[in-house]
Write a protein that binds this ligand. Structure first.
Ligand code: ATP
Length: 199
């Protein structure tokens, strides 16, 4: 599995559709200050489901949409697609390529697709869980991330190792089950109250 391509349109400083093709070897992106290098890693983070505008270096989600310049008007939506090789079927999909797309409109509407099939954010999160690629993964090491990993509480640091060990999927499922159990217990209390009232 490796990153094959990134397609960006209307995202930050990329108003036009821009396709970056990557090989299996190392790719370096160079350019003058402010030319949009970090916007490329922001685009990868974003399509992987990042919800924190701080992590995306913005104030609100709308800031990811091309905001216009003196010569160009702003765009109405941002769209990023990430194409990953899946010849080894690391992702549980039949296709030998996985394309994940995220679209966001100024109205606040979000769309997610996996191989052009409309999905929920939860599906994107689950697809990448335990691969190290997800938004909580360790495949994107931004400036200061190493310091952050070293300084956080041991419980938070454990999450990085859990992702690498391929068990964070189970932790998420456990948390989900615990939340459901809590809701069911609350419902049970409400029902018991109602029964008591009726008796
Ligand atoms: P450095 O080498 O200094 O870190 P960089 O190449 O990583 O720079 P970026 O931070 O990726 O540069 O890009 C910054 C540029 O992106 C700025 O010129 C900024 O105006 C532009 N930019 C960011 N968000 C938007 C947006 N929503 N619409 C238009 N342009 C944007």
């Amino acid at each position: 599995m490796y990153l094959k391509a990134l397609e960006i349109q209307g995202f930050k400083s990329f108003p036009d559709k821009t396709v970056l093709s990557f090989g299996e070897d190392i790719t370096a992106i160079v350019g003058p200050n402010g030319s949009g290098k970090s916007n490329i890693s922001d685009a990868i983070r974003w399509v992987l489901g990042e919800q924190s505008t701080k992590a995306l270096r913005g104030g609100k989600m709308e800031d990811v949409i091309f905001g216009g310049t003196a010569l160009r008007k702003q765009q109405g939506f941002a769209e990023v697609s990430l194409v990953l090789d899946n010849a080894d079927h690391l992702f549980p999909l039949e296709e030998s390529e996985v394309m994940v797309t995220r679209r966001y409109f100024r109205s606040g509407e979000s769309e997610y697709y996996i191989n052009r099939r409309s999905v929920r954010l939860k599906d994107v999160n689950e697809l990448f869980m335990d691969t190290g690629l997800g938004r909580e993964g360790y495949s994107i090491i931004g400036q200061g991330r190493i310091d952050e990993i070293l300084s956080v509480k041991s419980g938070d640091r454990r999450e990085v190792f859990e992702e690498a060990a391929g068990i964070s999927r189970f932790r998420h499922r456990k948390e989900e089950a615990e939340r459901k159990l809590e809701r069911t217990q609350e419902n049970l209390v409400r029902i018991t109250d109602k029964i008591d009232e009726l008796e």
